[in-house]
Design a protein around this ligand. Structure first.
Ligand code: NAP
Ligand code: GDD
Length: 339
C-alpha cells in the first residue's frame, strides 16, 4: 500500500515543492486548503490531477479531524501559517490563532484519529530572533522578536509537549530562510528579483527597501522539503536546525540580483539616505523607505546544520549564487508585469 501524506499549507511555496517530492516517492498526497472568494490553487495548480484537496482551516479543528479521517495520513506536514513576519504586527491575534493554536488543533486531530501517524511542524529560525549565540543550533536559547515568532514558539513547544505527553512521533524542523521561484512576492528576495526583472524590461522605478543590513541564511526551498521528509523517516522523533551555514546581507542579495541582469551598482549615502546607483548610467536603482522598517528587527540569522548533516545525511545542494540566479532568470523570463 502506498503511504499517504496530509499537507496543511499545500498551496504555499513549501507545500508545492513537498507535494512534488512526495509524489515522486509514490505517496498519495492530500492537502488542506481554506475557502477563498475566488477559487485559486496557488502553487499546486499544475498538480490537481495527482493530489486531493480537502476543505479546511487551521482555526477549525473539526475540518482537520475530517481531513485526517479522509486521508488516513501516515505522515502529516503542518506547513500552514500566516508566514509574513511584517503582517504579524498588523494581525497579531489572527497570526496567533493560525500559527500557535492551529498547531494544537492539528495535533489533536492526529491524536484523535490516528495517533501512530508521524507529524512534522514547520518551526522557524525567527524563534532565535535577538540571537543569543552565533551560529544558532538546536540548543541555542530562543528570543522571538515578532508576534509571528512568538506564535511559532508556541507551535514549537506544543509539538515537543505532545511528543512527551502522548508518545507521538512529532518533530520540529527549525528551518532558516528558504526561497525559490515560487516565493511570495512580499518577501524580500522575491520582491528584489521581480523588481530586477522589471528593470531589465525597461522600468526605471527605483526599488524601495527597508533594512538592507539585515543578514539571513538563505537556501532553496527544494532542498528544504527533502529535510522535512527525512525528519519523519528516523527511528526516534527529534528536532533539527536546517540551514546552509552561510549568511548574507539583504544588500548583498540586491547586488547579486542586479548583476545577474547586467546592472552593476555602487552604494552612496548611509541609513535612510543610502542609494544603489547604476555605475554605467548614474541612475538611482535602489533606495530606502522607512515604511519597510519593522518595530523590532531580527538583524542576524546564521544556522548550524551539523546535526542534520550528521544524523539525517541532509545537505543543501543549491548555492546562494545559484538561488539568486534561478530566481532572477525565472522572473525575467516571466516578463513580469508592473505592479
Ligand atoms: P507560504 O508560502 O506563506 O504558505 C503558507 C500556507 O499556509 C499557504 O498555503 C496558506 O494558504 C496556508 N494557510 C495560511 N493560513 C491558513 C489557515 N488559516 N488555514 C489553512 N491554511 C492556511 O509559506 P512557506 O514559505 O511555504 O512556509 C511554509 C511553512 O514554513 C510556514 O509555516 C512558515 O511559517 C514556515 N517557515 C518558512 C520558512 C521560509 O523561509 N519559507 C522558514 C521557516 C519556517 P493560502 O493560500 O490560503 O494563503
Ligand atoms: N519583506 C521585506 N520587504 N523585507 C525587507 C525589506 C522589504 O522591503 N527590506 C528589508 N527587509 C528585511 C527584513 O526587515 C528582514 O530583516 C529581511 O529583509 C528578510 O525579510 P523577509 O524576506 O520578509 O523574511 P523574514 O526573514 O522576515 O521571514 C521569513 O523567514 C523566516 C525564517 O527565518 C519568512 O519566510 C518566515 O515565515 C520564516 O519563518
Amino acid at each position: 500500500m502506498a503511504k499517504s501524506a496530509l499537507i496543511t499549507g499545500i498551496t504555499g511555496q513549501d507545500g508545492s515543492y513537498l507535494s512534488e517530492f512526495l509524489l515522486k516517492k509514490g505517496y498519495r498526497v492530500f492537502g488542506i486548503m481554506r475557502r477563498k472568494s475566488e477559487l485559486n490553487y496557488g502553487n499546486v495548480s499544475h498538480l490537481l490531477d495527482k493530489i486531493t484537496i480537502l476543505d479546511g482551516d487551521m482555526c477549525d479543528v473539526n475540518s482537520l479531524i475530517q481531513a485526517m479521517k479522509i486521508s488516513q495520513a501516515d505522515e502529516v506536514y503542518n506547513l500552514a501559517a500566516q508566514s509574513f513576519v511584517a503582517s504579524s504586527w498588523s494581525q497579531p491575534v489572527f497570526t496567533g490563532q493560525v500559527d500557535a493554536i492551529g498547531v494544537t488543533n492539528i495535533l489533536d486531530a492526529l491524536r484523535i484519529v490516528k495517533p501512530e501517524a508521524r507529524f512534522y511542524q514547520a518551526s522557524t529560525s525567527e524563534m532565535f530572533g535577538l540571537v543569543q549565540e552565533i551560529p544558532q543550533r538546536e540548543t541555542t536559547p530562543f528570543y522571538p522578536r515578532s508576534p509571528y515568532a512568538v506564535a511559532k514558539l508556541y507551535g514549537h513547544w506544543i509539538t515537543v509537549n505532545y511528543r512527551e505527553s502522548y508518545d507521538l512521533y512529532a518533530c520540529s524542523g527549525i528551518l532558516f530562510n528558504h526561497e525559490s521561484e515560487r516565493r511570495g512576492q512580499e518577501f524580500v528576495t522575491r520582491k528584489i528579483t521581480m523588481h530586477v526583472a522589471r528593470a531589465y524590461h525597461g522600468d526605471k522605478t527605483p526599488l524601495r527597501l527597508g533594512n538592507m543590513s539585515a543578514k539571513r541564511d538563505w537556501g532553496h526551498a527544494e532542498d528544504y522539503v527533502e529535510a522535512m521528509w527525512l525528519l519523519l523517516q528516523q527511528e526516534t522523533p527529534d528536532d533539527y536546525v536546517i540551514a546552509t551555514g552561510e549568511t548574507r546581507t539583504v544588500r548583498e542579495f540586491v547586488e547579486k540580483a542586479y548583476a545577474q541582469a547586467g546592472f552593476n551598482l555602487r552604494w552612496e549615502g548611509e541609513g535612510i539616505n543610502e542609494k544603489g546607483i547604476n555605475t554605467d548610467t548614474g541612475e538611482i536603482m535602489v533606495c530606502v523607505d522607512e515604511k519597510f522598517f519593522r518595530p523590532a528587527e531580527v538583524e542576524l540569522l546564521l544556522g548550524c546544520p551539523e546535526k542534520a548533516e550528521a544524523k539525517l545525511g541532509w545537505k543543501r545542494k543549491v548555492s546562494f549564487d545559484e538561488l539568486v540566479s534561478r530566481m532572477v532568470k525565472h522572473d525575467i523570463a516571466q516578463g513580469v508585469a508592473k505592479t
